[in-house]
Write a protein that binds this ligand. Structure first.
Ligand code: ZN
Length: 214
């Protein structure tokens, strides 16, 4: 497998990498914006504990770690100019962050993203800049598509623990996502900036109560 050699396609504006297909390997479009894999995946066996008391369950899974970076660095592409003072930026060091990504069946997947961190050459400014990761969730160390997957599972009525087990996302993050979705759907901010329940558009005529599982 090689990521370094390139060839021109029939469309002269597009350059595609040549990949040597080998037995047992499957190459798929990541569909992640500005994603660039930089090496082979690393697979580790892990065991996770779910539940508590008599209902503790240990699940053995595989964790697939994929090293990657951002394909086009907007800071490098923009000429490494400081947005604060206009001075030249220089490479400071490398920054690494691990993002949970969509699981592959029962196997968990994570992206190990490495980026260049920049620092302004003007000593009076000294601003540090880290290029954004287009496929990262705004609030959590997970990919945007993993966040969407969590929201999809929650929308099917699954509880937070089950969603955490299926997605591999920490249950506290699932809880935060669930709370945000519920707030957006059922609440709004009043004039004081406090969250209050939205007033319903229409009211039900009948109320039924089922004591099952109470
Ligand atoms: Zn600066």
């Amino acid at each position: 497998m090689s990521y370094s050699t390139t060839k021109q396609s029939t469309d002269s504006t597009i350059t595609k990498p040549i990949i040597s297909y080998v037995p047992g390997m499957m190459y798929l479009q990541s569909t992640l914006a500005n994603f660039q894999q930089t090496g082979s995946e690393v697979i580790n066996d892990i065991s996770q504990t779910y539940g508590s008391g008599d209902k503790v369950e240990i699940i053995n899974r595989k964790k697939i770690s994929i090293p990657c970076t951002i394909a086009v660095d907007p800071v490098e592409f923009g000429g490494r100019i400081c947005p604060e003072c206009g001075a030249r930026l220089f490479h400071k060091d490398l920054s690494r962050v691990t993002l949970k990504d969509l699981p592959q069946g029962s196997n968990l997947t994570e992206l190990v993203v490495q980026r260049v961190k920049y620092r302004c050459s003007n000593p009076e400014c000294g601003k540090t800049i880290l290029p954004p990761i287009d496929f990262k969730s705004e609030r959590h160390r997970i990919t945007t598509r993993e966040e969407n997957y969590v929201m999809d599972l929650l929308s099917h009525g699954l509880n937070n623990i089950t969603v955490s087990e299926l997605s591999g996302v920490d249950k506290m993050i699932v809880k935060e996502i669930d709370k945000r979705v519920l707030l957006h759907e059922f609440a709004e901010k009043d004039e004081n900036g406090d969250w209050v329940l939205k007033k319903p558009d229409h009211f039900c005529k009948y109320l039924g109560i089922d004591e099952f599982l109470l």
